[in-house]
Design a binder for this molecule. Structure first.
Ligand SMILES: Cc1cc2nc3c(=O)[nH]c(=O)nc-3n(C[C@H](O)[C@H](O)[C@H](O)COP(=O)(O)OP(=O)(O)OC[C@H]3O[C@@H](n4cnc5c(N)ncnc54)[C@H](O)[C@@H]3O)c2cc1C
Length: 367
Protein backbone atom coordinates (compact mmCIF):
# COMPACT_ATOMS: atom_id res chain seq x y z
CA UNK A 1 0.00 0.00 0.00
CA UNK A 2 1.43 3.41 -0.95
CA UNK A 3 -0.71 5.46 1.45
CA UNK A 4 -3.63 4.96 3.82
CA UNK A 5 -5.77 7.67 2.29
CA UNK A 6 -5.55 9.27 -1.15
CA UNK A 7 -7.26 12.63 -1.46
CA UNK A 8 -8.22 13.91 -4.90
CA UNK A 9 -8.26 17.73 -5.02
CA UNK A 10 -6.37 20.34 -2.97
CA UNK A 11 -9.29 22.72 -2.41
CA UNK A 12 -10.49 23.57 1.09
CA UNK A 13 -12.47 20.33 1.44
CA UNK A 14 -9.49 18.13 0.45
CA UNK A 15 -6.94 20.06 2.53
CA UNK A 16 -9.04 20.15 5.72
CA UNK A 17 -9.76 16.42 5.49
CA UNK A 18 -6.06 15.73 4.82
CA UNK A 19 -4.93 17.79 7.84
CA UNK A 20 -7.41 16.16 10.18
CA UNK A 21 -6.47 12.61 9.12
CA UNK A 22 -2.74 13.25 9.04
CA UNK A 23 -2.92 14.50 12.63
CA UNK A 24 -4.60 11.21 13.57
CA UNK A 25 -1.50 9.44 12.22
CA UNK A 26 -2.72 8.23 8.82
CA UNK A 27 -0.43 8.35 5.79
CA UNK A 28 -2.21 10.80 3.48
CA UNK A 29 -1.35 11.99 -0.04
CA UNK A 30 -3.20 14.85 -1.77
CA UNK A 31 -3.31 14.67 -5.56
CA UNK A 32 -3.95 17.96 -7.35
CA UNK A 33 -4.27 18.34 -11.12
CA UNK A 34 -3.08 21.96 -11.19
CA UNK A 35 0.25 23.46 -10.10
CA UNK A 36 -1.11 25.11 -6.96
CA UNK A 37 -3.45 24.68 -4.03
CA UNK A 38 -6.80 26.24 -3.22
CA UNK A 39 -9.04 25.29 -6.15
CA UNK A 40 -11.72 27.98 -6.32
CA UNK A 41 -10.00 29.81 -3.45
CA UNK A 42 -7.89 31.25 -6.24
CA UNK A 43 -5.46 34.12 -6.76
CA UNK A 44 -4.03 35.11 -10.15
CA UNK A 45 -0.42 36.32 -10.15
CA UNK A 46 -0.09 39.44 -12.30
CA UNK A 47 3.14 41.12 -13.49
CA UNK A 48 3.15 43.64 -10.62
CA UNK A 49 0.28 42.54 -8.45
CA UNK A 50 -2.32 39.81 -7.85
CA UNK A 51 -6.09 39.44 -8.00
CA UNK A 52 -8.62 37.02 -6.49
CA UNK A 53 -10.57 35.56 -9.38
CA UNK A 54 -12.33 32.93 -7.23
CA UNK A 55 -13.56 33.39 -3.65
CA UNK A 56 -13.73 37.12 -2.95
CA UNK A 57 -14.15 37.14 0.83
CA UNK A 58 -15.19 35.00 3.79
CA UNK A 59 -18.05 35.77 6.16
CA UNK A 60 -18.38 32.95 8.72
CA UNK A 61 -21.82 31.85 9.81
CA UNK A 62 -21.05 28.96 12.19
CA UNK A 63 -18.87 28.55 15.27
CA UNK A 64 -16.29 26.22 13.71
CA UNK A 65 -15.52 28.45 10.74
CA UNK A 66 -15.38 31.46 13.08
CA UNK A 67 -12.72 29.60 15.08
CA UNK A 68 -10.65 28.95 11.95
CA UNK A 69 -10.95 32.60 10.91
CA UNK A 70 -9.86 33.70 14.42
CA UNK A 71 -6.84 31.40 14.08
CA UNK A 72 -5.99 32.87 10.65
CA UNK A 73 -6.43 36.41 12.03
CA UNK A 74 -3.98 35.70 14.84
CA UNK A 75 -1.42 34.48 12.31
CA UNK A 76 -1.97 37.50 10.08
CA UNK A 77 -3.17 35.33 7.16
CA UNK A 78 -6.50 37.18 6.96
CA UNK A 79 -7.80 40.59 7.94
CA UNK A 80 -11.15 42.37 7.91
CA UNK A 81 -11.83 43.92 4.49
CA UNK A 82 -15.18 45.56 5.13
CA UNK A 83 -18.23 45.11 7.32
CA UNK A 84 -20.80 46.42 4.87
CA UNK A 85 -22.22 44.72 1.80
CA UNK A 86 -23.72 46.93 -0.91
CA UNK A 87 -26.28 46.15 -3.57
CA UNK A 88 -26.93 48.15 -6.72
CA UNK A 89 -30.60 47.55 -7.42
CA UNK A 90 -32.36 47.58 -10.80
CA UNK A 91 -32.98 51.35 -10.48
CA UNK A 92 -29.24 51.80 -9.98
CA UNK A 93 -29.71 52.84 -6.36
CA UNK A 94 -26.91 51.75 -4.02
CA UNK A 95 -28.13 50.14 -0.81
CA UNK A 96 -26.00 49.18 2.18
CA UNK A 97 -26.93 45.98 3.99
CA UNK A 98 -28.49 46.75 7.38
CA UNK A 99 -26.16 44.28 9.15
CA UNK A 100 -22.55 44.96 10.06
CA UNK A 101 -20.81 41.61 9.49
CA UNK A 102 -17.05 41.47 8.97
CA UNK A 103 -15.90 40.20 5.57
CA UNK A 104 -12.42 38.67 5.78
CA UNK A 105 -9.79 38.58 3.03
CA UNK A 106 -6.15 37.50 2.72
CA UNK A 107 -3.92 40.49 1.88
CA UNK A 108 -1.52 38.13 0.05
CA UNK A 109 -4.39 36.76 -2.03
CA UNK A 110 -7.14 34.34 -1.00
CA UNK A 111 -5.06 31.33 -2.05
CA UNK A 112 -2.72 32.18 0.88
CA UNK A 113 -5.40 30.66 3.16
CA UNK A 114 -5.15 27.35 1.30
CA UNK A 115 -1.35 27.55 1.31
CA UNK A 116 -1.40 27.97 5.08
CA UNK A 117 -3.49 24.81 5.39
CA UNK A 118 -0.91 22.74 3.47
CA UNK A 119 1.64 22.79 6.31
CA UNK A 120 3.24 19.35 6.63
CA UNK A 121 1.07 17.64 3.98
CA UNK A 122 2.25 15.29 1.22
CA UNK A 123 0.99 17.29 -1.77
CA UNK A 124 1.48 16.07 -5.32
CA UNK A 125 0.90 18.68 -8.00
CA UNK A 126 0.11 18.25 -11.72
CA UNK A 127 -1.48 14.89 -10.86
CA UNK A 128 -4.90 14.47 -12.43
CA UNK A 129 -6.74 11.39 -11.20
CA UNK A 130 -8.39 9.81 -14.25
CA UNK A 131 -9.64 6.48 -12.90
CA UNK A 132 -10.25 4.32 -9.84
CA UNK A 133 -10.09 0.55 -9.54
CA UNK A 134 -10.90 -1.68 -6.58
CA UNK A 135 -8.60 -4.70 -6.28
CA UNK A 136 -7.97 -7.41 -3.66
CA UNK A 137 -4.40 -8.20 -2.55
CA UNK A 138 -3.04 -11.57 -1.21
CA UNK A 139 -4.58 -10.93 2.21
CA UNK A 140 -7.86 -10.33 0.36
CA UNK A 141 -8.02 -6.79 1.77
CA UNK A 142 -9.49 -4.45 -0.77
CA UNK A 143 -7.32 -1.67 -2.15
CA UNK A 144 -8.02 1.34 -4.35
CA UNK A 145 -5.69 1.88 -7.29
CA UNK A 146 -5.82 5.42 -8.66
CA UNK A 147 -4.80 6.01 -12.28
CA UNK A 148 -2.99 9.34 -12.53
CA UNK A 149 -2.10 11.49 -15.52
CA UNK A 150 0.75 13.97 -15.14
CA UNK A 151 -0.58 17.28 -16.46
CA UNK A 152 2.82 18.87 -17.06
CA UNK A 153 3.80 19.19 -20.72
CA UNK A 154 6.17 16.40 -21.84
CA UNK A 155 5.61 14.54 -18.57
CA UNK A 156 6.23 10.82 -18.20
CA UNK A 157 3.47 8.30 -18.83
CA UNK A 158 0.56 7.83 -16.44
CA UNK A 159 1.25 6.45 -12.97
CA UNK A 160 -0.77 4.75 -10.23
CA UNK A 161 -1.15 5.08 -6.47
CA UNK A 162 -2.52 2.43 -4.10
CA UNK A 163 -4.58 3.48 -1.09
CA UNK A 164 -6.81 1.85 1.52
CA UNK A 165 -9.35 4.66 1.22
CA UNK A 166 -10.11 7.51 -1.18
CA UNK A 167 -11.64 10.95 -0.72
CA UNK A 168 -12.76 12.70 -3.92
CA UNK A 169 -12.92 16.42 -3.06
CA UNK A 170 -13.84 17.97 -6.41
CA UNK A 171 -17.09 19.41 -7.87
CA UNK A 172 -19.83 16.75 -8.15
CA UNK A 173 -20.07 16.72 -11.98
CA UNK A 174 -16.33 15.95 -12.15
CA UNK A 175 -16.65 13.31 -9.41
CA UNK A 176 -19.42 11.60 -11.39
CA UNK A 177 -17.06 11.20 -14.36
CA UNK A 178 -14.60 9.36 -12.08
CA UNK A 179 -17.32 7.20 -10.52
CA UNK A 180 -19.25 6.23 -13.67
CA UNK A 181 -16.93 3.34 -14.64
CA UNK A 182 -17.63 1.81 -11.19
CA UNK A 183 -21.38 2.09 -11.64
CA UNK A 184 -23.32 -1.17 -11.31
CA UNK A 185 -20.26 -3.32 -10.48
CA UNK A 186 -19.05 -1.49 -7.35
CA UNK A 187 -21.43 1.42 -6.75
CA UNK A 188 -25.14 1.16 -7.46
CA UNK A 189 -26.85 3.55 -9.87
CA UNK A 190 -29.21 4.46 -7.05
CA UNK A 191 -26.29 5.61 -4.90
CA UNK A 192 -24.70 7.68 -7.69
CA UNK A 193 -28.03 9.34 -8.54
CA UNK A 194 -27.82 12.10 -5.86
CA UNK A 195 -24.40 13.12 -7.21
CA UNK A 196 -25.89 13.43 -10.70
CA UNK A 197 -28.54 15.75 -9.32
CA UNK A 198 -25.94 18.32 -8.19
CA UNK A 199 -25.74 21.11 -10.75
CA UNK A 200 -23.18 23.89 -10.76
CA UNK A 201 -23.56 27.43 -12.12
CA UNK A 202 -20.74 28.76 -14.28
CA UNK A 203 -19.18 32.21 -13.86
CA UNK A 204 -16.98 34.43 -16.01
CA UNK A 205 -14.62 36.69 -14.10
CA UNK A 206 -12.74 39.73 -15.38
CA UNK A 207 -9.71 41.17 -13.60
CA UNK A 208 -8.94 44.70 -14.84
CA UNK A 209 -6.30 47.29 -13.93
CA UNK A 210 -6.81 51.08 -14.16
CA UNK A 211 -4.75 54.24 -13.79
CA UNK A 212 -4.19 55.74 -10.32
CA UNK A 213 -6.63 58.66 -10.86
CA UNK A 214 -9.47 56.16 -11.33
CA UNK A 215 -9.18 55.25 -7.65
CA UNK A 216 -9.78 58.88 -6.67
CA UNK A 217 -12.80 59.01 -8.98
CA UNK A 218 -14.17 55.79 -7.49
CA UNK A 219 -13.75 57.15 -3.97
CA UNK A 220 -15.28 60.49 -4.94
CA UNK A 221 -18.42 58.66 -6.10
CA UNK A 222 -18.54 55.59 -3.85
CA UNK A 223 -16.46 56.59 -0.81
CA UNK A 224 -15.20 53.54 1.07
CA UNK A 225 -17.36 51.02 -0.83
CA UNK A 226 -15.20 47.96 -1.57
CA UNK A 227 -17.69 45.64 -3.24
CA UNK A 228 -21.13 45.78 -4.82
CA UNK A 229 -23.55 42.98 -5.70
CA UNK A 230 -25.36 44.12 -8.84
CA UNK A 231 -28.95 43.28 -9.80
CA UNK A 232 -28.39 42.99 -13.54
CA UNK A 233 -28.87 40.28 -16.18
CA UNK A 234 -25.12 40.07 -16.96
CA UNK A 235 -23.28 41.54 -13.96
CA UNK A 236 -23.24 39.71 -10.65
CA UNK A 237 -20.65 41.41 -8.47
CA UNK A 238 -17.84 43.97 -8.65
CA UNK A 239 -15.06 44.42 -6.10
CA UNK A 240 -12.11 46.78 -5.69
CA UNK A 241 -9.66 43.90 -5.36
CA UNK A 242 -6.58 46.09 -4.89
CA UNK A 243 -8.08 47.41 -1.63
CA UNK A 244 -7.39 43.97 -0.11
CA UNK A 245 -3.60 44.32 -0.48
CA UNK A 246 -1.14 45.80 2.02
CA UNK A 247 0.47 47.64 -0.91
CA UNK A 248 -0.77 47.73 -4.47
CA UNK A 249 0.56 49.20 -7.68
CA UNK A 250 -2.72 50.29 -9.23
CA UNK A 251 -6.50 50.03 -8.77
CA UNK A 252 -7.66 46.56 -9.82
CA UNK A 253 -11.32 45.61 -10.09
CA UNK A 254 -12.72 42.07 -10.25
CA UNK A 255 -16.04 41.70 -12.05
CA UNK A 256 -18.11 38.50 -11.82
CA UNK A 257 -20.82 37.64 -14.32
CA UNK A 258 -24.21 36.13 -13.59
CA UNK A 259 -24.68 32.42 -14.33
CA UNK A 260 -27.02 33.33 -17.24
CA UNK A 261 -24.31 35.45 -18.86
CA UNK A 262 -21.63 32.78 -18.33
CA UNK A 263 -23.85 30.08 -19.84
CA UNK A 264 -23.97 32.00 -23.13
CA UNK A 265 -20.18 32.08 -23.46
CA UNK A 266 -19.04 28.90 -21.74
CA UNK A 267 -17.47 27.43 -24.86
CA UNK A 268 -16.36 30.65 -26.54
CA UNK A 269 -12.71 30.26 -27.56
CA UNK A 270 -11.66 33.93 -27.26
CA UNK A 271 -12.90 35.35 -23.97
CA UNK A 272 -11.51 38.89 -24.50
CA UNK A 273 -14.66 40.29 -26.20
CA UNK A 274 -16.74 38.57 -23.52
CA UNK A 275 -14.71 40.25 -20.78
CA UNK A 276 -15.04 43.57 -22.60
CA UNK A 277 -18.83 43.12 -22.72
CA UNK A 278 -18.89 42.63 -18.94
CA UNK A 279 -16.76 45.72 -18.36
CA UNK A 280 -19.09 47.70 -20.65
CA UNK A 281 -22.05 46.62 -18.50
CA UNK A 282 -20.10 47.65 -15.36
CA UNK A 283 -19.35 51.04 -16.97
CA UNK A 284 -23.04 51.60 -17.75
CA UNK A 285 -24.07 50.71 -14.20
CA UNK A 286 -21.26 52.39 -12.24
CA UNK A 287 -18.58 54.60 -13.81
CA UNK A 288 -17.84 55.05 -17.57
CA UNK A 289 -14.05 54.51 -17.35
CA UNK A 290 -14.59 50.92 -16.14
CA UNK A 291 -14.98 50.02 -19.85
CA UNK A 292 -11.43 51.12 -20.69
CA UNK A 293 -8.88 49.46 -18.38
CA UNK A 294 -5.11 49.54 -18.97
CA UNK A 295 -5.22 45.72 -19.08
CA UNK A 296 -7.61 42.89 -18.37
CA UNK A 297 -7.60 39.12 -17.91
CA UNK A 298 -10.63 36.87 -18.16
CA UNK A 299 -11.22 33.57 -16.35
CA UNK A 300 -13.96 31.02 -16.96
CA UNK A 301 -15.28 28.86 -14.10
CA UNK A 302 -17.32 25.98 -15.51
CA UNK A 303 -18.15 25.00 -11.93
CA UNK A 304 -18.37 28.07 -9.71
CA UNK A 305 -21.30 27.75 -7.27
CA UNK A 306 -23.37 24.61 -6.61
CA UNK A 307 -26.92 25.51 -7.69
CA UNK A 308 -28.47 22.35 -6.21
CA UNK A 309 -26.26 21.15 -3.33
CA UNK A 310 -26.89 17.98 -1.34
CA UNK A 311 -28.03 18.32 2.24
CA UNK A 312 -25.55 15.70 3.55
CA UNK A 313 -22.03 16.78 4.57
CA UNK A 314 -20.36 13.98 2.55
CA UNK A 315 -21.27 11.16 0.19
CA UNK A 316 -20.12 7.58 0.77
CA UNK A 317 -20.04 4.75 -1.78
CA UNK A 318 -20.65 2.20 1.03
CA UNK A 319 -17.73 0.05 -0.18
CA UNK A 320 -15.54 -2.04 2.18
CA UNK A 321 -12.51 0.01 1.21
CA UNK A 322 -13.96 3.47 1.91
CA UNK A 323 -14.72 5.80 -1.01
CA UNK A 324 -16.08 9.21 -0.06
CA UNK A 325 -16.88 12.48 -1.84
CA UNK A 326 -16.80 15.93 -0.22
CA UNK A 327 -16.89 19.58 -1.22
CA UNK A 328 -18.91 22.77 -0.88
CA UNK A 329 -21.74 21.03 -2.74
CA UNK A 330 -22.21 18.74 0.28
CA UNK A 331 -24.24 21.11 2.40
CA UNK A 332 -23.95 24.47 0.70
CA UNK A 333 -22.07 26.61 -1.78
CA UNK A 334 -19.26 28.37 0.05
CA UNK A 335 -15.80 27.88 1.56
CA UNK A 336 -17.37 27.32 4.98
CA UNK A 337 -19.38 24.40 3.58
CA UNK A 338 -16.28 22.94 1.93
CA UNK A 339 -14.44 23.07 5.27
CA UNK A 340 -17.30 21.43 7.18
CA UNK A 341 -17.65 18.79 4.49
CA UNK A 342 -13.91 17.97 4.59
CA UNK A 343 -14.00 17.68 8.40
CA UNK A 344 -17.09 15.43 8.34
CA UNK A 345 -15.52 13.21 5.66
CA UNK A 346 -12.41 12.92 7.88
CA UNK A 347 -14.53 11.81 10.84
CA UNK A 348 -16.25 9.20 8.69
CA UNK A 349 -12.99 7.88 7.21
CA UNK A 350 -11.41 7.72 10.66
CA UNK A 351 -14.35 5.69 11.98
CA UNK A 352 -14.10 3.30 9.03
CA UNK A 353 -10.35 2.87 9.28
CA UNK A 354 -9.71 2.28 12.97
CA UNK A 355 -11.09 5.21 14.89
CA UNK A 356 -7.72 6.60 15.94
CA UNK A 357 -7.73 9.31 18.55
CA UNK A 358 -7.36 12.79 17.10
CA UNK A 359 -5.26 14.91 19.48
CA UNK A 360 -7.13 18.15 18.89
CA UNK A 361 -10.74 18.36 17.74
CA UNK A 362 -9.82 20.63 14.82
CA UNK A 363 -6.52 20.44 12.98
CA UNK A 364 -5.71 24.17 13.18
CA UNK A 365 -5.42 24.00 16.97
CA UNK A 366 -2.19 22.04 16.47
CA UNK A 367 -0.79 24.38 13.78
C1 LIG B 1 -15.96 33.36 -8.83
C2 LIG B 1 -16.21 32.70 -7.49
C3 LIG B 1 -16.46 33.50 -6.38
C4 LIG B 1 -16.69 32.90 -5.13
N1 LIG B 1 -16.87 33.71 -4.04
C5 LIG B 1 -16.98 33.14 -2.81
C6 LIG B 1 -17.03 33.97 -1.65
O1 LIG B 1 -16.96 35.19 -1.72
N2 LIG B 1 -17.13 33.35 -0.43
C7 LIG B 1 -17.17 31.98 -0.31
O2 LIG B 1 -17.23 31.46 0.81
N3 LIG B 1 -17.12 31.18 -1.41
C8 LIG B 1 -17.03 31.74 -2.65
N4 LIG B 1 -16.93 30.94 -3.75
C9 LIG B 1 -17.10 29.48 -3.59
C10 LIG B 1 -15.83 28.84 -3.02
O3 LIG B 1 -14.74 29.19 -3.83
C11 LIG B 1 -16.04 27.33 -2.98
O4 LIG B 1 -17.20 27.04 -2.23
C12 LIG B 1 -14.87 26.56 -2.34
O5 LIG B 1 -13.63 27.09 -2.68
C13 LIG B 1 -14.98 25.09 -2.78
O6 LIG B 1 -13.92 24.31 -2.23
P1 LIG B 1 -13.81 22.77 -2.57
O7 LIG B 1 -12.65 22.24 -1.82
O8 LIG B 1 -15.14 22.12 -2.34
O9 LIG B 1 -13.58 22.64 -4.15
P2 LIG B 1 -12.53 23.30 -5.13
O10 LIG B 1 -12.04 24.59 -4.59
O11 LIG B 1 -13.18 23.31 -6.47
O12 LIG B 1 -11.30 22.27 -5.14
C14 LIG B 1 -11.24 21.16 -5.97
C15 LIG B 1 -9.79 20.90 -6.38
O13 LIG B 1 -9.73 19.64 -7.07
C16 LIG B 1 -8.88 19.76 -8.18
N5 LIG B 1 -9.28 18.68 -9.11
C17 LIG B 1 -10.43 18.59 -9.84
N6 LIG B 1 -10.45 17.43 -10.52
C18 LIG B 1 -9.31 16.76 -10.21
C19 LIG B 1 -8.78 15.50 -10.60
N7 LIG B 1 -9.43 14.68 -11.43
N8 LIG B 1 -7.56 15.12 -10.10
C20 LIG B 1 -6.89 15.94 -9.23
N9 LIG B 1 -7.36 17.15 -8.84
C21 LIG B 1 -8.56 17.55 -9.31
C22 LIG B 1 -9.10 21.17 -8.67
O14 LIG B 1 -8.01 21.61 -9.46
C23 LIG B 1 -9.25 21.94 -7.36
O15 LIG B 1 -7.99 22.39 -6.88
C24 LIG B 1 -16.68 31.49 -5.01
C25 LIG B 1 -16.42 30.70 -6.14
C26 LIG B 1 -16.19 31.29 -7.36
C27 LIG B 1 -15.86 30.43 -8.55
Amino acid sequence: MDVDIAIVGAGIAGLSCAQQLQQAGYRVAVLEKSRGVGGRLATRRLPHDRADHGTCYLSPKGELFRELIAHLLERDVVQVWTDTAYTLNRDRALQASPDRIPRYVAPDGMSAIAKYLTTGLDLRFSQRVIGLELTSDQTSDQTWTLAIENTQPDAAAASTLKASAVLIAIPAPQAVILLEPLEKTIVSTELIQPLRSVEFDPCIVVMAGYSEDCLQQWQATYGDVKAIAVQHPDLGWIGLDSSKRRTSCQPIFVVQSTAEFANQFLDTADLSPVGQKLLQAAAEQLLPWLATPEWMQVHRWRYSFPATPLSDRYWSAATTAPLVCAGDWCGGMRVENALLSGLSAADYLNQQMGDRAIATPQFWQAM
